[in-house]
Each structure stands twice: as structure tokens, then as C-alpha cells.
Design a protein around this ligand. Structure first.
Ligand code: ACO
Length: 428
């Protein structure tokens, strides 16, 4: 292939270099366009075909259904690794040795206490506040209690901010749920692993010793790994763009949480379960809801279906579907919405509307069913997604800072009024 792209604008031809990735993806580097063409810019709302950066963290091929973190396939990582190993891999680039993992874990454990005044902030929220709003606010508030995390001037500052947020974030996640359930705020233990501590802090009752259920632990590890990164999605792009102004790690993550909240992104896992429950309450007629999803006059969409990038299948959804079956069987839970979900999937896979538009179940279609079987309330599902995505956001923020990327600042094409004289209020 030629090494350049040519663009004809009016009578002028401009040449641009091509950039090739390690998996042979090709991009046209149009950085110079505006300067050499008297102000012409490219436009691509929703960034459907625009690369915002070069990244060595996650590779995905939406046509082939491939997802890899740092070169390792998601299937292998979900089967063989634990969440903390994957977090290390994403953030630092390679699988850790036992020594590296143990140091990382110990450094995190040293940072698992949050300032007790955070409890006052939690107390000020109404009990029915959405946990994503609470989590985003608490993550931002962490900056005030950890001022040394604000200015990152060296790799050491960066490492310290990373182990701090890795340590404190699960506490905030657990406390957000405990507030929702009216349970006293607790802490983990230095004797437990990362995911075990998440479970202890979330599920421990004040009047009994908490015992780790290995089925729940394995399922949670897997779910967190599957959510850990997904290259330049809405929330990750948000983290990178906020961080590009050299805002610290914590406010960048807080912004990512807000972006994740929406039902078109991470909020879909809550929306899926609410949708499945509504279908069940309405008699379980999946055909009726398939019809609604296809009707352009009806705002209803099949939540948990479709993806901006995956146009074949979402490899995470395949793993989660199997896990949902296993976890529910192992825990002895019978959830009728699992059958409704499978029914919808089967119908969609043979329906022309879905096949033509390449709409397949995404990561969120089955995850909520597992979370609910574990005893996690539906409003917390997106918070669990955020917990899994934390290492990905950190890795992307770190990469953006180490590569010294410029501040994110897109252009626009103005379509408003031309210059007009001001009209005094009594003359309008
Ligand atoms: N149900 C019914 N129709 C759908 C659905 C759906 N879930 N998703 C897409 N379509 C249709 C659209 O109406 C459109 O049809 P048209 O071509 O006739 O106009 C076509 O498929 C393409 O859809 P777009 O919205 O243009 O695709 P886009 O890439 O912009 O959106 C998105 C992707 C937001 C994920 C979309 O599929 C959706 O809303 N899905 C439901 C929400 C969801 O599950 N989100 C989670 C995504 S995964 C994640 O963020 C972790």
C-alpha cells in the first residue's frame, strides 16, 4: 500500500502520511490539514471513524470479535489470571512476576484507609441517591483528602497516585452499597486478596464473620477482568481528555465514572435487568418486545444489544453467558429472567432486523443476572462496572501522560447566526 493519502479539496490536493498499527490498522494522519488548507477541518460526530490517539494497551477487532489486553486474549486472561494481575498488566504493560505482584498488592494495601471525614460526605447524600453519582462525587472528593495526588511531576508521583486510587476506590464502592443498604461502613483486611477484600467490604454483616464463597469470588474476578479495559470508549476517552489538561488521576477517573453512568454505555447493565423484569411482569412475551425494538416509532431499544465496534459478536458476552449459567447453578439460584434473556438472544440472532444491523448481545446483557445472583442490588451494577474498569482508566491516563499527549481540544463547524447587532431589551 502507498505510504500516503491524497485529499482533494476544491482545486488543491493535499498529501498526508499513513500511520500503521502493529495489527495493521491504518490511519491517515491529518494533523497538518488545517494549517496547509486555510482552515479546512475534518468532522466526525461521535468519533465513529476518528482515532484520538495511538495506544499500546488494548486491541480489539470488532469484525472478528477479538479483544486482547497488552497482546493477551481476553479468553485466556479470564480463565487463567486474577483481577489484580490483569490490573498490573494493563497499567504497566507486562504480566507481573510473583515479586512484582506482591509489591503492587502490598503498596495498595498500605493505601486502603480513607479519611474518616469521607463518611460525613456519604452521610449527607440522600439514601436513595444513585450510587454512580455518589461514587463519582466521592472519587473527586478524594483529591481534597490526598492533595499530593494532584500534581503529578514524576513517575514516582504517578505510581503513588495509582496505588492510592487502587486501594481507596474499592472502599468507596463498598461504602456506596452499604449506604444504599443501611449497613455500617467497614474495612477490608490486610490478610485478604484484592477481590476478597471487595467482597468482605461489600457483603460482611455486622453480626457475623464473613466467609469468602469461592464461586462468587471466581465469578467476580472474571467479571472484573472482562470489564477492565476496552480501548477508546466513551468513559475512557473522557478520562484521557480530562487528564490531558493535566488534571490529576482522581478527578479524571471521577469524570470517567460520570461518562460510564449513561444507559448507552455502562448504565446498560442496570437497564438490561430492568428491561428483563418489565418483560417478565408483562407475561414474558419476548416477541412483543422484539417488535417494539424494531419499531422506529417506539423509543424502546433492546438494552444490552448492539455495540459501536463489535459487528460480529462481543467476546465478553460469550464468556459471561457461560459464567451466568455456572454461577446460578453453583449457587442454586433459579432466575426466570435468565430464560427471558436467552429467549431474546435466540430470537434476535435469527431476526433480519438484528442480523442486518449486526446487533449482538454485548458485555452488559448477562452481567446483571450474575451480579443479582451474588446479592448486589441493581442500582450498583454500573458501580461494579466502574470497579472493573478502574485499571483500564488508570492505564490509559498513565499512557496519555507518559506520551506527553497534547490537551484534547476538538474543532467544530459553526452553524449559528452570523454577526448581528445587539438589540436593547425594551426593543426585542
Ligand atoms: N435495539 C434496537 N435497535 C438498535 C439497537 C438496539 N439495542 N442498537 C442499535 N439499533 C439500531 C439503530 O436503531 C440503528 O438502526 P437504523 O440503521 O435503522 O437507524 C442501527 O441499529 C445502528 O445503531 P446506532 O445507534 O447508529 O449504533 P451506534 O454504534 O451509534 O450505537 C449502541 C451503539 C449505543 C451501543 C447501541 O447499539 C445501543 O443503544 N444499544 C443499547 C444500549 C447498550 O446496550 N449499551 C451498552 C453498550 S456496551 C458498553 O458500553 C459497555
Amino acid at each position: 500500500m502507498s505510504e500516503i493519502a491524497k485529499l482533494l479539496v476544491g482545486d488543491n490536493t493535499y498529501e498526508f502520511p499513513l500511520i500503521q498499527g502493529t495489527e495493521n490498522e491504518t490511519a491517515i494522519d491529518i494533523k497538518a490539514l488545517r494549517g496547509i488548507s486555510e482552515g479546512v477541518v475534518t468532522i466526525d460526530p461521535g468519533f465513529k471513524n476518528t482515532g484520538s490517539c495511538q495506544s499500546a494497551i488494548t486491541f480489539l477487532d470488532g469484525e472478528k470479535g477479538i479483544l486482547r489486553y497488552r497482546g493477551y486474549s481476553i479468553e485466556e486472561l479470564a480463565e487463567k489470571a486474577d483481577f489484580l494481575e490483569v490490573a498490573y498488566l494493563l497499567i504497566f504493560g507486562d504480566l507481573p512476576t510473583e515479586e512484582q505482584l506482591s509489591k503492587f498488592h502490598n503498596d495498595i494495601l498500605e493505601n486502603t484507609i480513607v479519611d474518616d471525614d469521607i463518611k460525613k460526605i456519604i452521610d449527607a447524600f440522600p439514601k436513595n441517591a444513585h450510587p454512580m453519582g455518589v461514587l463519582s462525587s466521592l472519587t473527586s472528593a478524594l483529591t481534597a483528602f490526598n492533595p499530593s495526588s494532584v500534581n503529578i511531576d514524576s513517575e514516582e508521583d504517578m505510581y503513588n497516585a495509582i496505588v492510592k486510587i487502587m486501594g481507596k476506590f474499592p472502599v468507596l464502592v463498598a461504602w456506596t452499597m452499604r449506604k444504599l443498604k443501611g449497613l455500617p461502613l467497614n474495612y477490608g483486611s490486610k490478610k485478604l486478596g484484592y477481590v476478597e477484600n471487595v467482597m468482605k467490604m461489600m457483603f460482611e454483616k455486622p453480626n457475623e464473620d464473613y466467609e469468602i464463597n469461592p464461586i462468587v469470588k471466581n465469578a467476580l474476578d472474571k467479571l472484573l477482568i472482562l470489564h477492565a479495559d476496552h480501548e477508546q470508549n466513551c468513559s475512557t476517552s473522557t478520562v484521557r481528555i480530562v487528564g490531558s489538561s493535566h488534571a490529576g488521576l482522581f478527578p479524571s477517573i471521577s469524570a470517567g465514572i460520570s461518562a460510564l453512568w449513561g444507559p448507552l454505555h455502562g448504565g446498560a447493565n442496570q437497564a438490561v435487568l430492568e428491561m428483563l423484569e418489565a418483560i417478565k411482569a408483562d407475561g414474558g412475551d419476548t416477541k412483543k418486545y422484539m417488535g417494539k425494538a424494531k419499531d422506529k416509532e417506539d423509543p424502546f431499544r433492546l438494552m444490552g444489544f448492539g455495540h459501536r465496534v463489535y459487528k460480529n459478536f462481543d467476546p465478553r458476552a460469550k464468556i459471561i453467558k457461560v459464567a451466568a449459567d455456572e454461577v446460578l447453578t453453583d449457587l442454586g439460584v433459579q432466575d426466570p429472567v435468565l430464560d427471558i434473556a436467552k429467549g431474546l438472544e435466540q430470537e434476535a440472532l435469527k431476526d433480519d432486523y438484528f442480523v442486518k444491523r449486526k446487533l449482538y448481545p454485548n458485555v452488559d446483557f448477562y452481567s446483571g443476572i450474575i451480579y443479582r445472583a451474588m446479592g448486589i442490588p441493581v442500582e450498583m451494577f454500573t458501580v461494579m462496572f466502574a470497579l472493573g474498569r478502574l485499571p483500564g482508566w488508570i492505564a490509559q491516563w498513565r499512557e496519555m501522560r507518559l506520551r506527553k499527549e497534547p490537551i484534547g481540544r476538538p474543532r467544530q463547524i459553526y452553524t449559528g447566526a452570523n454577526h448581528r447587532p445587539f438589540v436593547n431589551i425594551n426593543e426585542r
